[in-house]
Write a protein that binds this ligand. Structure first.
Ligand code: ATP
Ligand code: MG
Ligand code: FE
Length: 340
């Protein structure tokens, strides 16, 4: 089965063609960074307008790269939420119109399930159920117990900022351009993480919840007191505090659940230092780590096409344009066993 994936939940137009037999056939990504940079963050209306312009040309390019025509498609998967409503509507309108005109079914995909399932893509030894997933992105921070595909228990979540959001806001405090996360990470890699001591929030008390807004405030105080030349060291201290906190919570969740497989997904999963530290922990504790390549941690169309392949049983010809800006992961239905 050949599935077209369409991702437009935020500021990236991601398109991909995935074949359940042959794997990835093509993918295209257009990032709107240059559009939003001058505003210091995503402007929803501008995001929607650009998705409208990009989606169809990127689909054409993907089909050309894959060497197939529209008639070869068996289904269209699209991000139906959570995300910016206007942006979601652009992708879903194209997806439903295309599916309708081709008389093929469409599949509504949950963006965070797209992220979560990415480490299962082209993985010769996929995680064994039940497994643990740390989802760390621009809008979410969750520790999830995956009982089955679609059957999720949220063991912990952030009480305030998401990790990616904390990276972005902290970067902004240092005057780094949007999107600050990768810029801050690059600066941190040049600094000394031991010069400033920052707390590892929520690690002293029991449980798997997170909080990152206090850390951001601590960094603001440091920035106000220190000269700009100290920014690399402050960035390094911030990054170390975040990574230690995430590592401590993963260790706790692995012990609590007895899971032997850990998935990390979402944009912050692209962070090099985080990958190294978690990998080292997993290696010395006989935990199998599954983490996508960096380009598939951040938003992309392939994760949506792939999730669509896993949820083919839900493909339908209702053609309803029904997106949800907010959509809890726990509202999803488990996939029938045949889906994976
Ligand atoms: P969500 O998936 O929660 O809806 P999103 O789709 O906007 O949010 P992603 O595309 O998954 O988020 O990830 C983007 C986030 O990841 C941004 O906050 C960005 O700063 C962060 N990020 C990307 N690369 C890195 C990195 N190397 N280090 C730290 N953070 C990073
Ligand atoms: Mg983005
Ligand atoms: Fe995302």
């Amino acid at each position: 089965m050949i599935i077209l994936g369409i991702e437009t939940s935020c500021d990236e137009t991601g398109i991909a063609v995935y074949d359940t037999e042959r794997g990835t056939l093509a993918q295209q990504l257009f990032s709107q960074i240059d559009i939003h940079r001058q505003y210091g963050g995503v402007v929803p209306e501008l995001a929607s307008r650009d998705h409208i312009n990009r989606t169809i040309p990127l689909i054409d390019t993907c089909l050309q790269t894959a060497g197939i025509s529209l008639s070869a498609l068996d289904a269209v998967a699209y991000t139906a939420g959570p995300g910016l409503l206007g942006a979601l509507l652009c992708g879903s309108a194209v997806a439903q119109s295309l599916a309708f005109s081709l008389s093929i079914p469409s599949i509504a995909i949950h963006h965070m399930e797209g992220h979560l399932l990415t480490p299962l893509l082209d993985n010769p030894s996929p995680p064994a159920l039940p497994f643990l997933a740390l989802l760390v992105s621009g809008g979410h921070t969750m520790m999830v117990l995956v009982n089955a595909i679609g059957d999720y228990d949220i063991l912990g979540t952030t009480l305030d900022d998401a990790v990616g959001e904390a990276f972005d806001k902290t970067a902004k405090l240092m005057g780094l351009p949007y999107p600050g996360g990768p810029e801050l990470a690059a600066l941190a890699d040049t600094g000394d993480s031991t010069r400033y001591q920052l707390p590892r929030p929520m690690t002293q008390r029991a449980g798997l919840d997170f909080s990152f807004s206090g850390l951001k405030t601590q960094v603001r105080l440091l920035i106000e007191q220190a000269p700009p030349s100290a920014h690399p060291d402050i960035a390094a201290a911030f990054q170390a505090a975040v990574i230690d906190t995430l590592t401590i919570k993963c260790r706790r969740a692995l012990k609590q659940t007895n899971a032997k497989d850990l998935v990390i997904a979402g944009g912050v999963g692209a962070n090099r230092a985080l990958r190294q530290q978690i990998e080292a922990y997993c290696q010395s504790n006989q935990v199998r780590l599954h983490i996508p390549p960096q380009n598939l941690c951040t938003d992309n169309g392939l994760m949506i096409a792939h999730a669509g392949a896993m949820r083919l049983a839900e493909a339908n010809k209702d053609y309803r344009i029904d997106c949800q800006a907010r959509w809890p992961l726990t509202a999803l239905k488990p996939c029938p066993p045949s889906c994976s």
